[in-house]
Design a binder for this molecule. Structure first.
Ligand SMILES: Nc1ncnc2c1ncn2[C@@H]1O[C@H](COP(=O)(O)OP(=O)(O)OP(=O)(O)O)[C@@H](O)[C@H]1O
Ligand SMILES: [Mg+2]
Length: 269
């Protein structure tokens, strides 16, 4: 009897599924689930029916960018980074195929204490940052859209993965231009000077804001003038939530006063 197994179904019926074949393997590209400055992200099924996503770089974007992201995903493969499958060029566009890592952390609504969720996320996020920083690299784009989590069948929050390694840079690599990315809530040192030095302290500041947002259960939106006035650190230190108090040093105005990822994790755990 012929198999009747369905491999892919376009649930929202907005766009037809496209098939592409790479090195003899067929992939089914489904609908779009995300987009950014240089790319669109689509659902994908492979021949075995596994759920993947494809980050498809826009035609005309510099191939150096997707090749760099593929290299970084391979270099930092670990339980804290989205598992990467293959990168290739197809009809003039760069494709990165990776596991479906769930939804951005900001899209979940939690029924329990945000503190517990934030600590769960911190374990993964700070381990990822420790891995980069101890190798002399900086993620450069830590924000709530780049921290993904899966929900288990019992509706508990599962593994957390950091994505979007397009702007990951070696901190000492003077040959790379500063990342052409608009920083999410730039920390004080980035407001004060126009030249953006790449430092691990920027990742730490952003990680603390991501964790504070989760612990509070609402989106944070500090204006540059508030960041300049050190409002995030002051609010963290005055919070009645002791998890948020512990984030305050990571939001210090002077980047030299911020803890490392490992120190922050020890402080939180
Ligand atoms: N592996 C993945 N699994 C599930 N969703 C993903 C995955 N990768 C990306 N997404 C979704 O697509 C969105 C955009 O992806 P990503 O952050 O990699 O690209 P971007 O922000 O466009 O990057 P860039 O900053 O390079 O323009 C994510 O915020 C997320 O919602
Ligand atoms: Mg992103």
């Amino acid at each position: 009897m012929r198999s009747k197994k369905v491999i892919a179904e376009d649930m929202n019926r907005l766009a037809p599924i496209r098939q592409i074949e790479i090195s003899g393997v067929r992939y089914y590209i489904g609908h779009q689930i995300g987009r950014g400055a240089f790319s669109r992200v689509h659902l994908v099924k492979d021949e075995a029916g596994r759920s993947l996503v494809a980050k498809i770089y826009s035609p005309g974007s510099d191939p150096v960018i997707w090749k760099h992201e593929a290299k970084m995903l391979r270099k930092f493969a670990s339980p804290w980074i989205v598992p990467f499958h293959i990168g290739f060029e197809y009809q003039n566009q760069g494709y990165l195929l990776m596991d479906h890592a769930g939804a951005p952390i900001s899209r979940y609504v939690f029924s329990i204490d945000g503190k517990k969720i934030a600590k769960h996320v911190a374990r993964y996020l700070l381990a990822a940052l420790h891995l980069f920083h101890s190798n002399g690299y900086v993620h450069n784009d830590v924000n709530p859209q780049n921290v993904l989590a899966k929900m288990s069948s019992d509706h508990t929050l599962g593994e957390v993965r950091l994505i979007d390694l397009a702007f990951l840079r070696a901190a000492k690599d003077a040959t790379l231009r500063p990342a052409p990315v608009a920083l999410w809530m730039p920390p004080p040192e980035c407001l004060e000077s126009s030249s953006r030095e790449i430092t691990s302290a920027i990742d730490i500041y952003h990680a603390a804001l991501v964790l504070m947002q989760i612990a509070l259960g609402k989106a944070l939106n500090y204006e540059p003038s508030e960041i300049g006035a050190n409002k995030p650190a002051l609010e963290a230190s005055l919070s009645s939530n002791n998890f948020i108090n512990k984030l305050s040093p990571a939001l210090s105005r002077d980047p030299r006063d911020r803890p490392t990822a490992a120190e922050l994790w020890r402080h939180l755990s």
